[in-house]
Design a protein around this ligand. Structure first.
Ligand code: HEC
Ligand code: HEC
Ligand code: HEC
Length: 130
């Protein structure tokens, strides 16, 4: 086989191999839970639990309920329980119908200051081991 032909095939093969991985990258969600600290410390949101356990897809939340940028909702004055009870943000699903209601199981979402510190510690641990 001519050397150049071999190289062309090799490049084509490598390209075909990586194609599906590029497609997947668009669908990548944050591994670590997102923690809200405003107005109160702290509320946890875990992509993994919502996607892998609850079977939701990106479209269920992005971009109508939430932007794909952590910290955006927290900038809004109305990111509070009243809005959730009115069916905004998390309350679009956490209404006692699709998921447990926002006026119940407070501590499932609210991990408090201690929970926040614990998660911060875990993140630091991981960074050290990288
Ligand atoms: C149940 C709701 C929900 C689903 C489903 C969901 N997300 Fe998110 N996503 C959020 C929330 C909430 C935030 C934080 C937004 C904020 O802080 O304003 C977020 C933030 C993000 C961010 C930004 C992270 C950062 O650090 O800035 C990315 C990227 C993202 N999501 C990707 C995805 C992808 C990809 C999918 C589908 C595989 C997905 N999300 C599905 C709720 C969801
Ligand atoms: C698109 C719908 C949807 C949105 C939006 C949504 N959730 Fe959920 N959430 C679910 C479903 C479905 C479950 C699993 C069923 C249940 O626990 O009732 C769940 C479960 C949870 C759990 C329990 C996870 C566990 O430990 O098993 C927490 C905590 C949670 N959500 C927090 C949030 C927070 C905080 C927000 C907003 C930032 C949010 N969710 C937005 C649908 C949603
Ligand atoms: C589905 C998740 C979820 C549940 C359940 C939940 N909260 Fe919240 N809560 C949030 C989010 C998100 C915020 C806004 C982000 C933040 O303050 O960190 C918030 C903010 C708050 C705030 C500050 C803003 C405001 O509305 O005054 C208080 C106080 C609060 N929650 C109390 C409660 C109490 C009490 C319960 C139970 C009766 C509860 N929450 C249940 C998600 C939840």
């Amino acid at each position: 086989m001519k050397r150049w032909l071999f190289l062309v095939l090799l490049v084509a093969f490598a390209f075909a191999l990586y194609q599906p991985l590029w497609g997947q990258e668009e669908e990548e969600y944050p591994e670590e839970p997102i923690i809200f600290t405003k107005p109160v410390k702290a509320v946890v949101f875990d992509h993994k639990k919502h996607i892998e356990d609850a079977g939701l897809s990106c479209d269920d939340c992005h971009d109508e309920l939430f932007e794909m940028a952590a910290g955006t909702a927290e900038e809004n004055e109305d990111f509070n329980m009243k809005s959730l009870y009115e069916g905004k943000y998390c309350g679009a699903c956490h209404n006692g119908d699709m998921a447990f209601a926002s006026n119940r199981k407070c501590t499932t979402c609210h991990i408090g200051v201690l929970g926040w510190q614990r998660l911060q510690g875990e993140t630091k641990e991981k960074e050290h081991h990288h």
